[in-house]
Ligand binder design. Structure first.
Ligand code: FAD
Length: 754
């Protein structure tokens, strides 16, 4: 977002595989000023396959075997886009995306993994489950498990056929049997109604491993009553049956395939050189042999003249040299040679916290091998999940201030974006009150801060409502930022019950190479105009300038008849207060900036921010809301006080009913707050009984600044339930009644917590 050094090149990483983890980490540790980085990946929670058998047996939870790429990407200052790409235009250096405009790049790196080649066997996608992609396998594993347990508990036989004869099949067979026997409280070696069979086209299992490994695995499978069917090539999958080329078939309740690796057709179709067996051919620099600006690593790539088995060990090892070469290529330096190791250590889990170690002619097995595997796997996940603290940039000459002041300035330097970058309410009020005013008879809002938008009465009797907002980019993605910022800017107009008519844009674009700047502006303005079009609002003009950071704003015009206007100051005693969206964007954006927010939390928060207030405004108008505002930078308490101060009422606010975004309370409890939070909290003095609630986890949420927050409105009690239902039916699933308006008990309006 910040471009004190202009962006001149764009590196796109496709796939969040094992090698790109190291690339992101390297870029976080060694930033490359002037290089913009984008990660496009189908999964943002990327699974670590080495720990999959442990997940199946129940030793690990979902989170234990996944690496959340969001904090890692934030650490690397990389934009993150969740998508599965299906083509790269290598001539024009662009990547087409389904949900947004294409993006252009200078360098691209592919770490897209592989999937079992049985994927192409007829019936595979309909009647069988591929072990890779792992995210898809995991989506079906739970139902496989439930189905098996249900049948076995009813004393019915249950057969699982696993197609493939490599380590993945063997691990899967051991792990699945172990888990089901554990669920049924049976010993692993007990014969049960569960039949597991491994079907392989090879003459033996584990052909790439030494004879000691093979004979131990064979004996162990026999001991555990796992049937092994060799020399059998599968030709089709049918409902409940594996059809073989030799004419036979094997019936099974569930079929899983874990056969040799393959990659999709698109890398070849877009013109990349492939090896004879269909993988992306790279040289010893991990650089495509056909396109020097394309790099590839992991299962999807094969080094020319140095083929190795498709295993995570190699993908992991390729990460650091790939990172270095990507940076060296970008900066015009000669590339370093990478020679893959000849043999790698394979650690195969046997389900019962014991494992087999295999390397060249080496063989070990037992519980200690499993402990080693457990340590290696968990340390790998930790390495990319536990990131260094974020450093705030503060340069101030030594001796100018004392240490305490320096610390305060340092905290302040970590300024939030979005609505957290607003000027504090008290400062704004103080200055505005000192300004001379010029009034006209047709201006209905004497003081521009009193309402969400200014109002000018037109000669035909209608009101022209105008509002202006500008936001500093809070995500490293102009497209997403454009959509949320546009919604945010339209919100004041909706809060007044108006329909937007037209808008003028103001853009500050970070200084960059012309092509990159053009691409950023295009993404931003396309998402703005698309969002405006959804609201039937025309973009009629604007202004752009270069700046250090990306800012975007709109001045929006709307028209309405005076009697239909929604205002802040109409609350009536007895009304119910309804909030359309949950709170917490301020603390979550602050956590995201510090690499402490998860992908799931941010995805949910960003989706909420991207949700328009249009339908909420329609609901509130239909249910004749007596007052309405939108919740933005000054937080719920600040905006609520604005509604109260003009009226002789107070509000009993039910803290437990205030809806929070997932992760927001946890983030506030870790004291991660937006930089505007402290100023917003000054309004706590207007909360009558604030001391009694100061330790309530939700108390701080009242002061959290919201970017593209929801609408807050008061509705007559007898209409409140129907209004809430209408809001939920319109997609505001967390809309909530959060309090009641009461007659003023004291001299000054106040919020009373309940
Ligand atoms: C059950 C099982 C156990 C295994 N155990 C081990 C083990 O113990 N040790 C070992 O060394 N190996 C093991 N392997 C092998 C290992 O899974 C692979 O070799 C390894 O995952 C390859 O890593 P990678 O970096 O190439 O890609 P992956 O880790 O598969 O990552 C690919 C990434 O690319 C993304 N992606 C894919 N296509 C696209 C696209 N078109 N657009 C955008 N993003 C895309 C995916 O979402 C994912 O993030 C095991 C495999 C299985 C099935």
């Amino acid at each position: 977002m910040k471009a004190s050094s202009p962006i001149v090149k764009h590196l796109v990483l496709v796939g969040g595989g094992h090698s790109h983890l190291a690339v992101l980490n390297y870029l976080g540790m060694n930033s490359v000023p002037g290089l913009a980085v984008t990660l496009i990946s189908r999964d943002i929670n990327t699974p670590y396959s080495g720990s999959l058998p442990g997940y199946i047996t129940g030793v690990y939870d979902y989170d234990d075997i996944h690496i959340d790429l969001r904090p890692l990407a934030q650490f690397a200052n990389a934009r993150i886009i969740q998508e599965e790409i299906q083509n790269i235009d290598l001539d024009n250096k662009t990547i087409a995306l389904k949900s947004r405009p294409e993006i252009s790049f200078d360098i691209v790196s592919l770490n897209i993994g592989s999937k079992p080649d049985a994927f192409n066997i007829p019936g595979a996608q309909k009647f069988a489950i591929g072990v890779k992609p792992i995210d898809k396998f995991l989506q079906r594993w739970d139902s496989l498990l439930k189905d098996a347990i249900h049948n076995l508990e009813q004393d019915q036989e249950f057969t699982i056929a696993i197609v493939g004869g490599g380590p993945a099949s063997v691990e899967l067979a051991f792990a699945t049997q172990f888990r089901l026997h554990k669920e049924l409280q049976l010993k692993v070696t007990n014969k049960s109604l569960l039949n597991i069979k491994i079907i392989s086209a090879d003459q033996e299992l584990l052909t790439l491993h030494n004879s000691k490994v093979r004979s131990f695995a064979k004996a162990e499978l026999e001991k555990r009553n796992i049937e092994v069917i060799l020399d059998t090539l599968v030709s089709a999958f049918e409902k409940g049956s594996v059809v073989c080329e030799n004419g036979g078939s094997h019936s099974a309740n569930q079929i899983v395939y874990a056969t040799g690796a393959s990659i999709p057709d698109w890398p070849g179709e877009c013109g990349l050189a492939l090896t004879g067996d269909g993988f992306i051919e790279v040289n010893n620099h991990l650089q495509s042999t056909s396109h020097d600006f394309v790099f590839a690593a992991g299962d999807a790539a094969t080094i020319k003249g140095e083929p190795r088995p498709k295993s995570g060990v190699y993908a992991v090892r390729q990460g650091p040299p790939l990172a270095k070469n990507l940076v060296r290529y970008a900066t015009g330096k000669s590339l370093t040679r990478y020679k893959p190791q000849q043999h790698a250590l394979a650690l195969m889990s046997m389900g019962n916290k014991s494992a087999i170690a295999s390397r060249n002619n080496l063989f070990f097995q037992g519980r200690s091998v499993w402990s080693i595997k457990h340590n290696i796997d968990t340390n790998f996940i930790k390495k990319y999940s536990e990131l260094p603290e974020m450093n705030s940039e503060l340069s101030i000459a030594e001796g100018l201030v004392d240490k305490e002041m320096e610390q305060q300035l340092r905290t302040h330097a970590m300024r939030c974006a979005g609505c957290g970058a607003k000027v504090a309410s008290n400062v704004l009020q103080e200055v505005l009150q000192q300004l001379p005013t010029t009034n006209h008879d047709d201006i209905l809002t004497a003081n521009s801060t009193a309402e969400d938008a200014s109002m000018i009465k037109l000669e035909d009797g209608r009101i022209l409502a105008q509002s202006i907002d500008q936001l500093k980019a809070f995500v490293n993605d102009p497209w997403l930022f454009g959509r949320i910022a546009t919604n945010h800017c339209l919100s004041d107009i909706y809060a007044m019950g108006c329909e937007p008519h037209s808008a003028l844009a103001v853009v500050s674009l970070p200084f960059a190479a012309k092509d990159y700047g053009r691409a950023q502006l295009k993404e931003l303005m396309l998402s703005c105009t698309e969002t405006l079009a959804e609201h039937n609002c025309a973009l009629v003009g604007g202004h752009s300038a270069e700046a250090e950071e990306l800012h975007f704003g709109l001045c929006v015009n709307g028209f309405i008849d005076e009697e239909r206007l929604l205002k802040k100051d109409g609350m009536q005693a007895g009304d119910i207060l309804i909030l359309s969206k949950p709170l917490g964007t301020g603390t979550l954006l602050a956590a995201d900036m510090r690499y402490k927010a998860s992908h799931a939390q941010m995805q949910n928060a960003l989706e909420q921010m991207a949700q328009s207030n249009k339908e909420a405004a329609t609901c509130f108008s239909e249910y004749e809301a007596t007052a309405c505002t939108d919740i933005t930078g000054f937080g719920l308490a600040g905006h609520l006080m604005e509604m109260l101060s003009a009226n002789n009422v107070e509000v009993e606010l039910s803290l437990s009913d205030v809806p929070a975004l997932d992760g927001a309370l946890e983030s506030l409890q870790q004291n991660i707050v937006s930089s505007l939070h402290k100023d917003n909290k000054l309004v706590a003095n207007d909360i009558y009984n604030h001391e009694a609630y100061a330790s309530d986890p939700k108390f701080e949420l009242l002061f959290d600044p919201q970017t593209a927050g929801g609408l807050l409105a008061s509705v007559a009690e007898y209409k409140a339930e129907a209004c809430l239902q209408a809001l939920r039916d319109s997609g505001y699933s967390q809309a909530k009644a959060i309090g009641r308006v009461a007659k003023l008990d004291n001299d000054l309006p106040a919020i009373v917590l309940k």
